[in-house]
Each structure stands twice: as C-alpha cells, then as structure tokens.
Design a protein around this ligand. Structure first.
Ligand code: AMP
Ligand code: ZN
Length: 113
C-alpha cells in the first residue's frame, strides 16, 4: 500500500517535522491554508475517523494533546485556533491516512464552505 503519510513516518518522503513519538507525528502542511497549518497523524495507518476503534481512544487523546502543545509553541493558543478531521468525500478528505489539522494565525468563518 502506497500511503504518502506512511512514507513520511518512515522518512521516505521529507517533511517539516515538529513532533515525533512512538504513536504520533506532526509536520507542517505542504500547502498551508493559514499562517499556522500543522497535521497531526498517528504513526499507524488508519484511513479515516470511521476506522477508529475503542483501543484507539488514548491515541486520539494524544493527538489532541500534541495539537494543544504545538498551538502553545506556535503562539496561537491565546487567540485560538481550529482543529479539523475531514472524513471521506463530503468532508473533503484527500489523504486517506488519519490526520488532525491544526490551523491558526488568522480567524476562520463558520460554517466552513
Ligand atoms: P485532507 O483534505 O483533510 O485529506 O488534507 C490533506 C492535507 O495534506 C492537505 O492540506 C495537503 O496540503 C496536505 N499534504 C498532502 N501531501 C503532503 C505532504 N507531502 N506533506 C505535507 N502535507 C501534505
Ligand atoms: Zn498511511
């Protein structure tokens, strides 16, 4: 299976990596839609949020905690930010390896388009 984000976890494709531990990795989005746009991914391949199971509860919690830490590091915690999981076609998902978008540095509209 040729997954672009698995290739990033293996170092086969370069990325601007901001965090790495045994379970989670974070790197800058290659086509940022905001001054701060970071993707937080599980190291293990999970296609969408629909493919999560109960045993992944700690993993998802960890992804959110990493996002919080990076938001503080990037200085977007005070003004706030957006966390997004896109799921399948109507959600606008393009890469089928789970990723949490951390976006900040500007204000966003609601609802998104
Ligand atoms: P989504 O539409 O939620 O699947 O978002 C996929 C995101 O991955 C987009 O924001 C892309 O800009 C980003 N992306 C795709 N390829 C790479 C890459 N090689 N390195 C970093 N970000 C990427
Ligand atoms: Zn993958």
């Amino acid at each position: 299976m040729d997954c672009i984000f698995c290739n990033i976890t293996k170092g086969a494709i370069p990325a601007d990596i901001l965090h790495r531990d045994d379970d989670v990795m974070a790197f800058k989005d290659i086509n940022p839609k905001a001054p701060v746009h970071i993707l937080i991914i599980p190291i293990k391949h999970i296609e969408t949020v629909l493919d999560l199971s109960d045993e992944d509860n700690a993993l998802i919690g960890k992804m959110v905690m990493v996002a919080n830490q990076l938001a503080e590091k990037e200085g977007i915690d005070e003004n706030g930010f957006r966390l997004v999981f896109n799921c399948r076609e109507h959600g606008g998902q393009e890469v089928y390896h789970l990723h949490l978008h951390l976006m900040g540095g500007r204000s966003f509209r609601w609802p998104p388009g």
